[in-house]
Ligand binder design. Structure first.
Ligand code: FAD
Length: 546
């Protein structure tokens, strides 16, 4: 499948010429999910994203596809069951990308979770979330917990629970769902900002967008406009109506990244903070990432930054639970800040607000969807598409509802029956490609699945260079030719996650990556300077905290 800058003029031509059943604003996981659901039910779909796909909250999460243990504490059983079931489905849709991860929950003196509540809670969670037998929770004694994670604070740990979660790369999940939607003829495009909602007779009939590449304005017309702009939902709503009734409550969540040797946890740990909250420490290859915070946020979601207070909060929390570690600000190699698009609930603090999603319908017919989680993207999409189909039926009088298909649509790169096959595929690739570094093969399979075949094939066709260099070049080409990477940052952040997890590799690879992108995208000298500045600014943001 080709999805590249070179296809852009053709996509824009279609966007201007065709008439769509639905026009989705926003290319995060919510918009991507709606595009796939709607297109796979035979609807004609356009999706416009003002920045890069996943450039909003959907690349800044904790990157867990989770069963919602925290909802159990809030006694939201139906939500636990729903996200638990969803978690299993999303894992099967892309087992290479949504990977099983055991989570250790240390039980501490005066902590959030006591032994009995955790034991029963995790059991209920296993049942509600339909967890496979071998993955079901294990309750641990103090000795077993300390053996599993010797870095924990010995004098407060009373025991532990070990339970099943899934770790993912949120930005890759978005791009794969976008690519999957294209297999059903959806027309997604990045760097296309919706500036106005077009109305006739009080009803929305299209959007006016600015193509940020050419600076040209275009109009896209269609029956239903879906506002899936996450934390920007109210900003887009405010283009057509005064925000009253239900509205968004934005909160900021921050993660920091340290080299794994600085916090060498053997497992992912979900641990208590002294203010009564819980945060995660998640090991991933050479790094451990830690988060998240949850603080009120006012302003443009695009301006969110990690500040000194956020960093102090996380460092203190680590100090508290891992007393031998002594993490310092200078140990932080990267970080990110995301904005939660929560639905406001009067009298509730950031952490107390439910993560449920909601659909608002404006007088002009535009539907806005917000709240929710990465994990629940398929269910959110279903809700929107069903609402659209019902409206369509009402209008036409023809009953023609097609069922949701997305449970059975494997994401690109998934030719696996289960996770065991992913591991088998990795070992075979390593056996058959001994010149390539095995850890790079692991990295490629984790994020591209069986699309790694194409990358390795193209690396083998590139003559001359060192194997690592050939793989890198092949990876850049893949993201340019198949994943609509338009900027250096698209490649380093939202196609490969290097800025989050391997930030030092940016300097090591830029000399190779820049000329390939410059040539493919036809960048001028001044554009190259702009690109370098944008990348540099983002690296600074990830590593400097005011
Ligand atoms: P976004 O990803 O923000 O997408 C909205 C898009 O709309 C953006 O890309 C934006 O550029 C675009 N847009 C805005 N205005 C316009 C316009 N005018 N024209 C065109 N495009 C526009 N969920 C989980 O399941 N697991 C987790 O581990 C988890 N951890 C989290 C941790 C943190 C710190 C945060 C903040 C959230 C977390 N979540 C998690 C929740 C999850 O990340 C979000 O619910 C989800 O990513 C929201 O996706 P979205 O598509 O609605 O919004």
């Amino acid at each position: 499948m080709s999805f590249s800058a070179q296809d852009r003029p053709q996509i824009i031509k279609s966007l201007e010429k065709e008439y769509y059943d639905i026009i989705i604003i926003g290319g995060g996981i919510t918009g991507a999910g709606i595009a796939l659901d709607a297109a796979s039910r035979g609807l004609k779909v356009a999706l416009v994203e003002k920045g890069d796909f996943a450039s909003g909250t959907s690349s800044k999460s904790t990157k867990l596809i989770h069963g919602g243990l925290r909802y159990l504490k809030q006694l939201e059983f139906s939500l636990v069951r729903e996200v638990g079931k969803e978690r299993a489905i999303v894992h099967h849709l892309a087992p290479h990308l949504v990977r099983p991860e055991k989570m250790l929950l240390p039980l501490i003196t005066n902590g959030n979770y006591g032994h009995i509540m955790t034991s029963v809670g995790l059991m209920v969670y296993d049942v509600l979330a339909n967890v496979d037998k071998e993955d079901q929770r294990k309750m641990l004694s103090k000795e077993e917990t300390m053996e599993l994670e010797p870095l924990l604070k010995d004098d407060v740990v009373e025991g532990g629970g070990l339970y099943a979660e899934y770790q993912t790369d949120d930005f890759r999940l978005v791009i794969e769902v976008i690519k999957a939607s294209m297999q059903y003829n959806a027309h997604p495009i990045n760097y296309m900002e919706v500036e106005e909602i077009l109305e006739k007779g009080g009803m929305a009939y299209g959007v006016q967008c600015k193509d940020k590449v050419s600076n040209r304005s275009i109009e896209i017309l269609g029956d239903y406009i879906i506002n899936a702009t996450g934390p920007w939902v109210d900003l887009v709503r405010s283009k057509i109506e005064k925000i009253g009734g239900k509205s968004l409550h934005l909160t900021k969540g921050v993660h920091i990244v340290v080299p794994h040797e600085k916090l060498p946890v053997k497992h992912s740990v979900y641990f208590d903070v002294s203010d009564g909250r819980m945060i995660f420490a998640i090991p991933k290859n050479d790094i451990t990432y830690i988060g998240t915070t949850d603080t009120e946020y006012i302003g443009d979601p695009g301006d969110a930054q990690v500040n000194q207070k956020d960093v102090d909060y996380i460092l203190d929390a680590v100090d508290h639970m891992f007393p031998s570690i002594h993490l310092k600000k200078s140990d932080i190699v990267s970080s990110w800040a995301g904005i939660r698009p929560l639905i406001a609930e009067e009298g509730k603090s950031a952490s107390e607000i439910s993560r449920k999603d909601e659909l608002f319908v404006a007088d002009n017919g535009m539907m806005s969807i917000a709240g929710g989680k990465l994990t629940g993207y398929r269910q959110m999409a279903k809700k929107v598409v069903v609402a659209v189909l019902e409206k369509k039926e009402k209008k036409s009088g023809i009953k023609k509802k097609r069922k949701c298909q997305t449970k059975r649509i494997p994401l690109p790169g998934n030719e696996f029956k289960d996770y065991t096959e992913v591991k088998k595929y990795k070992s075979e690739l390593k056996k058959n490609n001994t010149s390539f570094d095995p850890s790079t093969i692991d990295y490629l399979v984790d994020i591209y699945g069986t699309q790694t075949n194409e990358i390795i094939k193209s690396a083998n066709e590139i003559g001359g260079d060192q194997p690592a260099l050939r793989l890198l070049k092949a990876e850049v080409n893949f993201s340019l030719e198949n994943e609509m990477a338009m900027t250096l940052l698209d490649f380093y952040e939202r196609r490969t996650g290097r800025i989050f997890f391997k930030i030092q590799s940016i300097n090591e690879t830029l000399e190779e990556v820049l000329p390939i992108m410059t040539k493919f995208l036809g960048w001028s000298e001044s554009r190259v300077e702009e690109e370098l500045k944008q990348l540099n600014d983002e690296v600074k943001l990830a590593t400097n905290f005011e």
